[in-house]
Design a protein around this ligand. Structure first.
Ligand SMILES: *Cc1c(COP(=O)(O)O)cnc(C)c1O
Length: 244
């Protein structure tokens, strides 16, 4: 990696600070508009490709949740995260054979989309004597080659997973399709909110609909207006990713 000049570094810190406060203000506004308090919305920073010094700087500003989406990258940065002041979530596609590497290290896995994956998280959680919170990832746009379960099979999957030990279902997560208009993105967010409310109202054992995680840099305000209570913002906080 190239050496960064100290002015470049200072500028990056300044940018992160300005972005952080701007996002917090936008969260506050969207929360108020949807009849909620700002502290009902969890601001998670998606930290892929971001060096720990910048992640920890955001934590020093008040950021409480961070999320990684690749196991290898997360493990390589793990010792450097300020986890005394933040919670680490896993938000990316997770292969069953990598589960044992992250259970006990993350407080939530947001991207569970199969019984097999949930069973492995359960098994590793029991082995490590921990409880792992999970969200079920929903492929709300029914896109091919995209992670997540479709609405049609979610009830069955929830029921199967809810009986597993060492694992607690805390809500739903989604990455909707790229949309050309706000109108279109609202359609997917509203669909997710409806699903979230439908599942909540069934009050099933061991299924806690505490979190609806949706909305990224380009659409977190719309997500909050549609009922999201957890947003995942990456580039909007840390700047555009130059790779990946
Ligand atoms: C990268 C990422 C985000 C954030 O994306 P941005 O557009 O950079 O805000 C959110 N969720 C997941 C699962 C991600 O991988």
């Amino acid at each position: 990696m190239m050496e960064r000049s100290s002015t470049e570094q200072a500028r990056r810190f300044d940018d992160i600070k300005a972005n952080y406060y701007e996002i917090c203000e936008n969260i506050e506004r969207a929360a108020a508009e949807s009849g909620r308090k700002p502290d009902e919305i969890t601001f998670l920073a998606a930290t892929k490709t971001v060096e720990p010094e910048f992640i920890n700087y955001a934590i020093s500003l008040g950021l409480t949740h961070i999320g990684e989406n690749k196991v290898q990258e997360m493990l390589s940065k793990y010792d450097e995260y300020d986890l005394d002041n933040s919670q680490l979530h896993f938000i990316g596609h997770l292969q069953t054979n990598k589960v044992r590497q992250i259970v006990g290290k993350v407080s939530m896995i947001q991207s569970v989309d199969s019984l097999k994956l949930a069973q492995e998280i359960s098994k590793q959680s029991i082995k490590n004597d921990v409880n792992t919170d999970i969200l079920i990832e929903v492929n709300i746009g029914k896109e091919e080659n995209k992670s997540g379960v479709t609405e049609e099979i979610i009830d069955e999957l929830l029921e199967q997973i809810s009986s597993l030990e060492g694992i607690k279902i805390r809500g739903l997560m989604s990455v909707p399709p790229i949309c050309d208009s706000k109108q279109e993105i609202f359609k997917f967010f509203d669909k997710m909110y409806k699903l979230f409310i439908d599942i909540s109202s069934k009050k099933s054992d061991n299924i806690y609909m505490d979190y609806l995680s949706m909305g990224m840099s380009d659409d977190y305000k719309e997500a909050i207006l549609s009922g999201a209570n957890m947003i995942r913002v990456g580039s909007g906080l840390f700047g555009a990713r130059i790779y990946r």
